[in-house]
Design a protein around this ligand. Structure first.
Ligand code: PMP
Length: 368
């Protein structure tokens, strides 16, 4: 009665953490993949104003023109109509953009190369459309090595997906790494999907930029993290018309349009100065890295708000179970973020006092 498609994905890894966590009274919750600040004030006001001014109907599927226009400016797009001229349209989050992209690019059995470790939907949405995830290995330092990507290419490969800064590792691509993988995509005539949802959260170097390099590039980005509005379900896709047209067609019959209120409200977010928030997160990054690096094998995150240490003994699920017994919620890699279960993800998008408590538990457990 239930499709093989539905059964092909398994959310048990995260669910186990949630179920165990639900029993805790006041957990130290470092498992959450969203910023710990709320929507910025001007956005909250603008959303209320959008409702009151009756912006509550459907919008055109591609998104309201003023928002597209702001995004065109941000990305330096001319909005021509040629097949390989670049434009932008508004999606239901980056999750929505990715789903549409996969559906537009892949037939059943086609492969998309994704990093390992990966953000779980990269793998699972492929399974949902009967396409196949293939992996390029980024262990042990979570860097992209273009030879690893090249080695994973087969005649069925349709696209290479890259993500920077990375969820779950917090590692950012260097411009040279991104350029090398773009060159590879061009040489092999593959789509290049670039998920840059954490683009403003880069702490040590400028964000690696994929614009204007290769015509078969699709950039996916959104407002969940920077605007502090993950519940608004607002994202966008920048790419060639030949692809966007197909994605929009699919959006029209599935998501229909991104939430109207969110689209209108987002117009007021483009002048926000993110620097103070990004600085706060940088300090949290510094704190958690220096607090853990003595006892854990861990890479220093350069972006996003995650750190991805190796579990003592290399068994992340077992270690996370101990953490949860000690009131600390973090997520093991196995089943969720990787094909292997050696590491676990900590989100440092949390109040400083919770980070201090979390670090105390982790360092106590690793010593015992
Ligand atoms: N990509 C990455 C790397 C993410 O971490 C997330 C959210 N956790 C998403 C995409 C999905 O974001 P959205 O809310 O825009 O669907």
């Amino acid at each position: 009665m239930i499709s093989r498609r539905a059964k092909s994905i398994d959310t048990s890894g995260i669910r186990r953490v949630f179920n165990l966590g639900a029993k805790l009274e006041n957990p130290i919750n470092l498992s959450i993949g969203q910023p710990d600040f709320d929507a910025w004030e001007p956005l909250r006001e603008a959303a209320k104003a959008a409702i009151d001014s009756q912006k509550n109907g459907y919008t055109v599927t591609q998104g309201i023109e003023p928002l597209r226009e702001k995004l065109r400016q941000k990305y330096g797009l001319q909005a021509g109509t040629g097949d390989f001229e670049q434009d932008v349209f508004v999606t239901c989050g980056v999750s929505g953009a990715l789903t549409l992209a996969y559906m537009a690019m892949c037939d059943p059995g086609d492969e998309v190369l994704i990093p390992d470790p990966f953000f779980c939907i990269y793998r699972d949405v492929l399974s949902l459309i009967n396409a196949v995830p293939a992996y390029y290995n980024c262990y042990p330092d979570f860097r992209l090595r273009v030879e690893e990507v090249e080695r994973a290419i087969t005649p069925k490969t349709r696209a290479i997906l890259v993500n920077s800064p990375s969820n779950p590792t917090g590692v950012s691509l260097m411009q040279s790494e991104l350029d090398a993988v773009i060159d590879l995509a061009r040489a092999k005539d593959l789509w290049l999907i670039y998920d840059e949802i954490y683009d403003i959260f880069n702490y040590d170097a400028p964000h690696a930029d994929a614009r204007n390099k290769y015509e078969k590039t699709l950039i996916i980005n959104g407002f969940s993290k920077s605007f502090g509005v993950p519940g608004w379900r607002l994202g966008f896709a920048v790419g060639p018309n030949v692809l966007l047209r197909e994605m929009m067609k699919i959006q029209q019959y599935t998501f229909v349009c991104a939430p109207s209120i969110a689209q209108y409200a987002a117009l007021d977010g483009f002048d926000i100065d993110f620097a103070p928030k990004v600085n706060e997160y940088k300090k949290k990054r510094d704190f958690i890295y220096s607090a853990l690096s003595e006892n854990f094998e861990v890479e220093k995150p350069t972006g996003a708000f995650y750190i991805f240490p190796k579990a003592p003994g290399g068994n992340a699920s077992a270690f996370v179970e101990k953490c949860i017994q000690n009131n600390l919620l973090v997520i093991p890699a196995g089943n969720v973020f990787s094909q292997q279960d050696t590491h676990f993800r900590i989100s440092f998008a949390a109040p400083m006092e919770k980070l201090e408590q979390g670090v105390e538990v982790l360092n106590r457990l690793v010593r015992s």
